[in-house]
Structure formats: structure tokens, C-alpha cells
Design a binder for this molecule. Structure first.
Ligand SMILES: [Zn+2]
Length: 112
């Protein structure tokens, strides 16, 4: 049994895992590295509060040279093998998300 369970994962985290992050620009830095300059672009996910940091080799004609993610607490799932692997986990995440948005049978409107 996984130490974490799907019901413990935040809805925002399930949305980002299912639908992708809601990135928006936050800030950028240009740094000198030797004789050249690099551009570091920081994106922030407005939904889960995660960050993506892209580094480009030159600010004028940017070419991505590295990408780093910084996830909020509780986002990272420990030991995916215990969840049945990535594919099974992703399917489970989507199922959990849908179950949170699907009204229970008691609340369903009757079609008449
Ligand atoms: Zn996100």
C-alpha cells in the first residue's frame, strides 16, 4: 500500500497532473557566464504554486539549455512503483479528479 493515498492529494495538484500546469511569467534574470550571457526565466504555476526555471544560452536568440521544476509540498509522489507505475498512477489521478467533480448519486438531477 502506498504511504500516500489519492484522497490525500490536493485537487489543485490533481488538476495540474491531469491538465498541465497553469504557467505564468514571474521574473527573468540575465547573468554573465564567462564571455557570454545566459537568460533564466522563472514561471510560476498559478494553480499549484510550483515553479519552472528555464535557462537559455543567450538572451537574444534563446536556446533552451536546462529546465528545472520546483514543486510545492505534497505534490511529489514518493515511489511511483508502489502506485503501479506512472501510467497506472496517471489514470488513477484522473479517476480521482473526475470523482471529485462528479456529483454523488444522491445529488444527481433526475431526467424526466
Ligand atoms: Zn501546477
Amino acid at each position: 500500500m502506498p504511504r500516500q493515498s489519492l484522497s490525500q492529494l490536493e485537487t489543485a495538484h490533481l488538476k495540474c497532473r491531469s491538465w498541465a500546469h497553469a504557467w505564468d511569467y514571474e521574473v527573468s534574470y540575465v547573468e554573465r557566464v564567462g564571455n557570454s550571457r545566459i537568460l533564466e526565466l522563472h514561471l510560476h504555476c498559478e494553480r499549484c504554486d510550483g515553479y519552472r526555471i528555464d535557462t537559455f544560452d543567450r538572451p537574444s536568440q534563446p536556446r533552451l539549455i536546462s529546465r528545472k521544476y520546483v514543486y510545492p509540498e505534497g505534490y511529489v509522489v514518493v515511489d511511483l512503483k508502489r502506485w503501479g507505475g506512472r501510467r497506472h498512477f496517471n489514470q488513477s489521478v484522473q479517476g480521482e479528479l473526475f470523482s471529485r467533480f462528479t456529483p454523488s448519486k444522491r445529488k444527481e438531477k433526475r431526467a424526466s
